[in-house]
Design a protein around this ligand. Structure first.
Ligand SMILES: [Zn+2]
Ligand SMILES: [Zn+2]
Length: 337
């Protein structure tokens, strides 16, 4: 009697495959101004971007849907091509005096100071390579108490949670003069309002601030043994933050680091006005659950890359040369062939 682990095999339910013409128009557009802007990119840049509509490309592929709970099926949204992005009057463009992305950590990130510093160094370096041409700076880390945010113990999961909107207000007040945006990161879980169970993150595009929690990215959050459960909530005053002292934080593993790099760059992408990608497999695809988020690639598809390039103004080839992720090594090799 053989038992096989069939469930381990991913079942591809649907492939979203657009025609070459659709992808070409989404990338280059039919607007003569944008066409000539595209033609001004240098040959190497265009060669890479044109891979978007090569059906046999080994760099970019179609989006695959694996379950009805995946983002595109459960959250129908209007797609955004390059031209729609370009002509969006509300999108944020880094002005010459506002070209810094600030990262503010809230509460402890790692179990020791050294781990925290190492982790934030990786995150910062990653964002620098990703948003090539902008500065990425760290604000002095603050304890939860400094934000004066509301907090609670979640009745279902029994973990500590802080109020996302309060944190956004705090970040807005602290936003430096030269900031394009300020992103807060924390290992404490977030909730957006009393009636909600939790939220991974929240951002205000008009204020250029965002807060993202990596609490649920540890390997143990959904396990029975999760140590962040608060056994019994002593009646504490809303200004007594001592409950956060020595509160459980997940171990920083490579998986947690990878997930946080992806989340941070995806969310900062939204602050630039990039909407969820429905063209090709891409970092900007929406995700409804952790498994779908893990499936998303680290890199942007050419359509989203052109949006970012147009906002920041980097040279696409140079950007790939400075970054050192696995994907970029692959690309670097391809470009030098
Ligand atoms: Zn998103
Ligand atoms: Zn994309």
């Amino acid at each position: 009697m053989g038992t096989r682990c069939e469930w381990k095999k991913p079942v591809i339910m649907q492939i979203i495959r657009h025609s070459e013409q659709t992808l070409k128009t989404a990338l280059i557009s039919k607007n003569p101004v944008l066409v000539s802007q595209y033609e001004k990119l240098d040959a190497g840049e265009q060669r890479l971007m044109n891979e978007a509509f090569q059906p046999a490309s080994d760099l970019f592929g179609p989006i695959t849907l694996h379950s009805p709970s995946d983002w595109i099926t459960s959250h129908p949204e209007a797609p955004q091509d390059f031209e729609q992005f370009f002509s969006d009057p509300y999108r944020k463009i880094p002005s010459p005096d506002k070209r810094s992305i600030y990262i503010q950590s809230i509460g402890s990130l790692g179990n020791t100071r050294i781990i925290s510093e190492e982790y934030i160094k990786w995150l910062t370096g990653y964002c620098k390579a990703y948003f090539y041409g902008l500065r990425v700076k760290l604000l002095e880390p603050v304890p939860v108490s400094a934000t004066k945010c509301s907090f609670r113990v979640n009745e279902n999961t029994q973990n500590l949670q802080i109020h996302a909107g309060d944190i956004l207000k705090f970040l807005k007040k602290k936003k430096p003069e030269d900031a394009f945006c300020v992103v807060g990161i924390t290992m404490i879980d977030l909730y957006p309002r009393d009636s909600w169970n939790f939220v991974f993150g929240q951002a205000s595009l008009t204020d250029g601030v965002g807060i993202f929690s990596f609490a649920r990215y540890g390997s143990d959050f959904y396990s029975m043994r999760y140590e962040g459960k608060v056994k019994k909530l002593k009646k504490t005053s809303s200004s007594d933050y001592s409950i956060f002292n020595n509160y459980y934080i997940p171990e920083i593993t490579s998986v947690l680091l990878l997930r946080s790099c992806k989340t941070l760059t995806h969310e900062i992408g939204h602050i630039f006005g990039l909407r969820h990608c429905q063209w090709l497999a891409c970092l900007m695809q929406g995700s409804n659950h952790l498994e779908e988020a893990d499936r998303r690639p680290l890199n942007l598809c050419p359509i989203c890359l052109r949006k970012l390039q147009c906002a920041i103004g980097f040279n696409i080839i140079e950007r790939y040369k400075v970054s050192c992720g696995v994907d970029s090594v692959k690309r670097g090799k391809w470009l030098s062939e």
